[in-house]
Structures are given as C-alpha cells and as structure tokens.
Design a protein around this ligand. Structure first.
Ligand code: KG4
Ligand code: ZN
Length: 360
C-alpha cells in the first residue's frame, strides 16, 4: 500500500511517499527556518502564507521523486492536529481537495503520533539515509520530545497506547529555544545549543533538576529560570536586569559552558525518566521522537544508560516531515475506516490521547 503523507502543522511544508508504512520512496521538506530566524521564532501568519506558496510544488516533487503517479497512490494521510491553525488549514484543505479530485481514501492523523512512527521506517530508495535495522516491537516505550511536547508513552500495540507522564509547564524543545535566546544563540535553539555546547563544559554550572512526585512527569520552566539566574550571577547583575541584554555580556567560553550545562541537565532529566520507565514497564523496545530526538547528547546518554539496545531515526525524520505522517497513515488504514473528506477539519490543540485511532 502506497501512502502520500502531508505535513504543515508548524513551519515545515512537507510531502512524502511511503510504501507499507516502512519503505521511504520520497520525503520533500520545505523549511521556513530562514524566514522566521529574523523574528527569533515562528510568526503564524507568515508561516501560513509560506505553506500556501509551496504546498502544491512540494507535493508534486514528492510524487516525482518517488517515481509514482496519482494512480499508484492508495491513500493520503494529513496532519490535522495539533499545531498552528493557519498552518494546519493549508495542509488539510490542500489534502481534502486532492483526495476528492483523485478519489483517494483520506486519513487525518495526529502529528505527535506521526513523530513516533518515523521509527517504523526501515528502508529507503535513498541508500545514503541511515535507517534503523528493524521496526520497534511491542510493548514499546516512546519518548516524544518536541517544541510543544515532552511525553512518555507505552504502546501495547498499534493504536493502543497510554500516557505515563507529560510536562507540567514548558516542553523541552521550548526550553532549548528560550535558553538559546537568553544566550544570544540563533533560532531554532535546539541545534544552536548543541553546536555551542560542543566546546563547553557540562559541569561548569550546576543546575537543579525538578523534583516531582510522578517520576514520568517533567517540568522545564524551573530549569530555564535557573539558567537565567546563573547568567545574572555570572555577569554580575541582579534579577531586575533585562534578560534580552544579558547575552551581550557573555563571552564565548561562558556561552558554551551555559549551553553545555543546560543541555546536560535537560537531557539527563529525560533520560532518568526513560530509564525508570524501562525498569518498571519492561518494554520490548524504546523509541524517541520529535525535533529534540535529533539531539546528539540525548542519544549519547540514552545509549549509555538503557539496559536494552535502541536505534534512532535519522535526523531528517526526527524534525517535522511528511514521511512520518505517511508511515502512520498506513497503520491507521489497517485498523480504521478513512474519514469522509467533508469531515476532515483541523484540531489545533487535540491531545494525542484523544485521537480516534487510540484503542481503535
Ligand atoms: O518536532 P519539531 O520539529 O516541531 C514541533 O513539533 O514542535 O520540534 C521542534 C523543536 C524545537 O524546539 C527545536 O529547538 C528542537 O525541536 N530541536 C532540537 C534539536 N533539533 C531541533 N532540540 C535539541 N537538539 C536538537 N538537535
Ligand atoms: Zn513536530
């Protein structure tokens, strides 16, 4: 079964073609990072306009690179939740039109579920792409970490999962982005913190880990404030000093040390919870998903501490992409009916726990 997947929930416009939920035939991603970088973050109206401009060419290119025509496409999947309303609307309306025009079954899927299914892609027509050697097996523990999510979940099977813990405040990717801004590092914060941290000392500043009663819940807002206070101390100003003026007072060594210390603590928080969940629930496999899953320190600490082997999706399938949406669409098609085109709407704040697929 060949599925076309379409993703436009935030600032990447992407279309991809995946066979049987496993074989990647194409994955075209148009990133708006350069457009939003000058504002220091995503501007929703600008994002929606950019999606409109590129979505049709991106879809055409995905079909062309996969070497398929509309006749070969068996179904279409689209990310309908969660995300920016204007961004989601562009992908959903484009997909509805194409499903109607070409008479294809349509599966609206949840973006975070999609991130997790990037781990099920194990083959590609592109030999350069380094993919996991096999698909994850159930029960599967999933750590979903992005700009909006920090969640640990147990999947008993496809479409049957439960939440172990969520963040109580900021998502971990959001903390990377905010700390990067404090340090004067460019948007998006995750990759720029990782780069700055390369030359930094992760033990230079001791930062506290939030202590919560549920070991699978997270809180990253306190860590962000602890970094702010440590920078203020380091440059010799009090807490009333404007935070946007702190970065210019840091030298490169201090900046690298703050990046490394923050990254180490944020990642250790995620890894402590994941290792504890493995001990308690004894899953057959562990996967990480979402933009922060691209983080090399997260991969290093996890591989070192997990008692079972773990494989990682390539970076291009961790950040937002259509391939994960197409892979997930295939598994939806195995257990649920397609949604009538007119019933497919956007759900900007739908929780993953409330999708129709879960416990279908
Ligand atoms: O999944 P994603 O591309 O979009 C959302 O669904 O939110 O995740 C974006 C988040 C951003 O906060 C970005 O800073 C973070 O992922 N990110 C990273 C890395 N690459 C992207 N965080 C840490 N290390 C990275 N290498
Ligand atoms: Zn995402």
């Amino acid at each position: 079964m060949i599925v076309l997947g379409i993703e436009s929930s935030c600032d990447e416009t992407s279309a991809a073609v995946v066979k049987d939920g496993r074989v990647l035939l194409s994955n075209v991603v148009n990133s708006q990072v350069d457009i939003h970088a000058e504002y220091g973050g995503v501007v929703p109206e600008v994002a929606a306009r950019s999606h409109i401009e590129v979505i049709n060419p991106v879809i055409r290119q995905a079909l062309r690179e996969a070497n398929v025509t509309w006749d070969d496409i068996d179904a279409i999947a689209v990310a309908y939740a969660p995300g920016l309303i204007g961004s989601l609307l562009v992908g959903v309306l484009a997909t509805r039109t194409l499903a109607e025009l070409h008479n294809k079954p349509l599966y609206p899927v949840h973006h975070v579920e999609g991130h997790i299914y990037a781990n099920f892609i194990t083959d590609s027509t592109n030999p350069e792409l380094k993919l996991p050697s096999k698909q994850p097996t159930f029960p599967m523990l999933a750590l979903a970490v992005s700009g909006l999510h920090s969640q640990l979940m147990i999947f008993e099977d496809h479409g049957n999962y439960r939440l172990l813990g969520d963040t109580l405040d900021d998502a971990v990717g959001e903390a990377f982005d905010k700390v990067a801004r404090m340090l004067g590092l460019p948007y998006p914060g995750g990759p720029s913190i990782t780069t700055a941290a390369l030359t930094g000392n992760p033990k230079a500043y001791s930062l506290p880990k939030a202590k919560l009663s549920n070991p699978y819940e997270f809180s990253f807002s306190g860590l962000k404030t602890a970094v702010l206070r440590a920078i203020q101390r380091e440059v010799g100003v009090d807490h009333t000093f404007p935070s946007h003026k702190l970065a210019e007072r840091l030298n490169d060594v201090q900046r690298a040390d703050f990046a490394a210390s923050f990254q180490y603590t944020a990642v250790k928080t995620l890894v402590d919870a994941t290792v504890k969940a493995v001990e308690e629930f004894q899953p057959a496999s562990v996967v990480i998903a979402g933009g922060v899953a691209a983080n090399s320190e997260l991969r290093r600490q996890l591989s070192e501490r997990l008692p079972l082997p773990i494989e990682y999706a390539p970076i291009s399938l961790c950040t937002d992409n259509g391939a994960m949406i197409a892979a997930l669409g295939y598994y939806h098609a195995q257990v649920i009916e397609p949604t009538p085109v007119d019933n497919v709407t956007v759900r900007p704040s739908l929780s993953m726990l409330d999708t129709v697929w879960n416990k279908a």
